[in-house]
Unconditional design. Structure first.
Length: 94
């Protein structure tokens, strides 16, 4: 699960005083595997998503946040997580 602006304290499963209802995420915590030590390549969404999708540091391609409707920073020839998943039968939209 890759989420923007979600802290561990936002989930009821970890913080009973949380004001945000998260029943589906709480169910995942209760029935799945939990990883509590995670890192991203940036504190903002576009560079960290670039890194997740390409497996590369974002600063190798760009250093500023991508505008909402700007052109993709991912080259069409770049091998991505989506392309890897396509090769093993998953359908993706990237």
């Amino acid at each position: 699960l890759y989420a923007d602006d979600l802290g561990i304290g936002d989930l009821k499963a970890y913080n009973s005083d949380s004001k945000i209802p998260t029943p589906n995420l709480d169910k995942l915590v209760a029935t799945g595997r939990v990883f509590l030590d995670a890192h991203s390549s940036a504190g903002t969404c576009s560079p960290s998503r670039y890194s997740l999708l390409t497996g590369r540091y974002h600063w190798r391609k760009f250093t500023k946040v991508v505008q909402s409707f700007g052109a993709s920073k991912i080259s069409p020839t770049r091998f991505t997580l989506a392309k890897m998943l396509n090769q093993v039968g998953y359908h993706t939209s990237l």
